[in-house]
Design a protein around this ligand. Structure first.
Ligand code: CDP
Length: 230
């Protein structure tokens, strides 16, 4: 059977990765969380003092080093999850913090960061058989993807989901900061000059505000089955 490319884009914290991951597991495709890659660049910049206390980025130095950043995904068979790695070190937990979330969108707006990550993403998807989620997968990374989905949900519902996720991991946070962060990221992501967050003209829209995880999983599986049958 033909192994297609599936692009899932949408706003922050709308459950894209949950559905993308589930689909990939069910149909035996590779799953790539492209947001994790921008989070890795941000973690690197924070760790190496390339973002100052006012949030200013040392762009010259980050650009000089960007091609030394290799993001990967290591499969943990015991837990049946894939863990993000940066230059070989597992950084999965470290990239999901509010601190990284607070700086990731300005980093992801830098054209040289996008060029480097887009090249890595396209290399990962060269053979097809991939589900990738992000902001620009259907528009810039894989404009020829056979199945494109644009996911959204109301701001408050998305913030509640992210807040619950962070609290479950033991991170101290308050609901209003989570809501403000996702609105600000959506604003920056949608208005940047290079590869802004927008729905590809040929993407199907899914508003999952009132869907359970099982319902959205089934919806996506049905859309996949339709594409494969075409
Ligand atoms: O988990 P959440 O949906 O909140 O975000 P994410 O998918 O981890 O992405 C983190 C950030 O990376 C986004 O807010 C964007 O600024 C950036 N990003 C991007 O610019 N392009 C992508 N393809 C994926 C993420």
């Amino acid at each position: 059977m033909k192994r297609i490319t599936i692009a899932i884009d949408g706003h922050s914290s709308c459950g894209k990765s949950t559905m993308a991951k589930d689909l990939a597991r069910t149909i035996g495709y590779i799953y790539i969380d492209s947001g994790a890659m921008y989070r890795c660049c941000t973690l690197y910049a924070l760790r190496h003092g390339l973002i100052d206390a006012h949030g200013r980025i040392n762009e010259t130095e980050l650009e000089r080093r960007i091609n030394t950043l290799q993001v990967g995904f290591a499969y943990d068979a015991g837990r049946n999850i894939s863990l993000c790695t940066l230059n070989g070190d597992t950084v999965e937990g470290l990239i999901r913090t509010m601190e990284v979330s607070a700086h990731v969108s300005p980093i992801a707006a830098l054209p040289f960061v996008r060029r480097a990550m887009t090249a890595q993403q396209q290399a990962m998807g060269r053979e097809g058989g991939i589900v990738m989620d992000g902001r620009d997968i259907g528009t810039a990374v894989f404009p020829n993807a056979e199945l494109k989905v644009f996911v959204t949900a109301s701001d408050e519902i998305r913030a509640q989901r992210r807040y619950d996720e962070l609290r479950a991991k033991g991170e101290e946070c308050d609901f209003d900061s989570v809501l403000a962060n996702l609105r600000e990221r959506d604003r920056i992501d949608s208005t940047r000059a290079v590869a802004p967050l927008r729905r590809a003209d040929d993407a199907l829209i899914l508003d999952n505000s009132h869907l359970t995880i099982e319902e959205q999983k089934q919806w996506l599986l049905d859309r996949y089955a339709e594409r494969i049958a075409d």
